[in-house]
Design a protein around this ligand. Structure first.
Ligand code: AKB
Length: 314
């Protein structure tokens, strides 16, 4: 039986992944953990542990207590926040991964760890970015994700640790807010639109970035974790894609629902980060190796975000 620990369960992806895994594996078999004393409201029904993953001892105690055999390690400092405190971001993102990978040597059957399009940089081909290409990240987040990918492959090759990973694009969902990313505008914009407010975008109107609706991201993650090990041919991290759009395009799509919606542009330091990332991603390896398929494009994303946010907020 799988006993799963989610590290960073109260975050944007963690919340939705925990809910889905509890539905699939049984609430009692999925232990949420995060820095907070108590879980967020959506996660109060199942087991919860307060955990700072920098505390290796506390991590070991939780593994032992719940007889954990799978870990989803989602805790990280993201791209924009990482630039404010680079050393801390490096320390947290790297040390926590190594702690989890070490546990993979004996106790854990499988590990999931997210990478990101941030592993790419200004020298990377921008369109249809291949799985294997020039990688020259220039954010501390991107550097830590690229180094993390190398560590994942190393632990798989050297110690047989079954660690699996996806390079997420910007993730957009309505259940939990993102924090500290460059793609966060694409969540905030919906929150402003449904309450009839004007949106000031911190990226310029033509900044094209790869994005994905949360249900697709959760599905990809669980599909990758559930597929037979022999199908997982990439042990660094898989490119993953669904749609790409600019702030101007998402605003136009929102205007199909709210014709008076207004957007202004005031690019800040995050513009440089966005400019260094690809506009679109070639994820054919994921599609060919374990059958990845996305469901949501910009139109479906916008309909779903607006319908659900209207129910929860307005
Ligand atoms: C960020 O913007 O930092 C993240 C990411 C693309 O990894 N959403």
């Amino acid at each position: 039986m799988d006993k799963i620990l989610i590290i960073g369960a109260c975050g944007q992806l963690g919340t939705e992944l925990t809910l889905k895994l509890r539905e699939l594996k049984g609430t009692e078999n999925v232990i949420a953990s995060d820095l907070r004393d108590e879980p967020i409201d959506l996660l109060t029904e199942g087991p919860y542990e307060k955990l700072n993953i920098m505390n290796k001892e506390a991590f070991q105690i939780i593994l032992e207590k719940h007889q954990i055999n799978q870990v989803y390690h989602l805790a990280a400092v993201l791209s924009a926040k990482g630039e404010q405190n680079p050393h801390f971001a490096w320390q947290l993102n790297m040390e926590s991964l190594l702690t989890v990978l070490e546990a993979g040597k004996d106790r854990l059957k499988k590990i999931y760890w997210p990478s990101s399009i941030a592993v790419f940089g200004p020298d990377t081909p921008k369109e249809n970015t291949p799985q294997n290409t020039v990688m020259s990240p220039n954010t501390v987040y991107g550097i830590s994700k690229l180094a993390g990918e190398r560590w994942c492959e190393y632990y798989f090759e050297k110690y047989g640790v079954d660690v699996r990973s996806l390079r997420y694009p910007g993730l957009i969902g309505y259940k939990a807010m993102p924090g500290g990313g460059t793609t966060d505008y694409a969540v905030d914009i919906y929150h402003k639109a449904i309450v009839g407010e004007k949106f000031e975008c911190f990226l310029s109107e033509n900044s094209m970035l790869p994005m994905m609706y949360m249900d697709d991201a959760v599905k990809a993650t669980i599909d990758l974790m559930e597929t037979d090990a022999e199908n997982v041919k990439v042990r660094s991290s898989y490119n993953l894609a669904a749609m790409s759009f600019t702030p101007k395009e998402i605003a136009e799509e929102i205007r199909n629902h709210y014709p008076d919606f207004e957007i202004t542009y005031n690019p800040d330091f995050r513009q440089k980060i966005a400019d260094s990332w690809p506009g679109s991603i070639d994820d054919s390896a994921a599609r060919n190796n374990w059958g990845w398929q996305h469901k949501y494009g910009l139109k479906e994303l916008t309909e779903t975000m607006i319908t659900n946010l209207k129910d929860t907020i307005v």
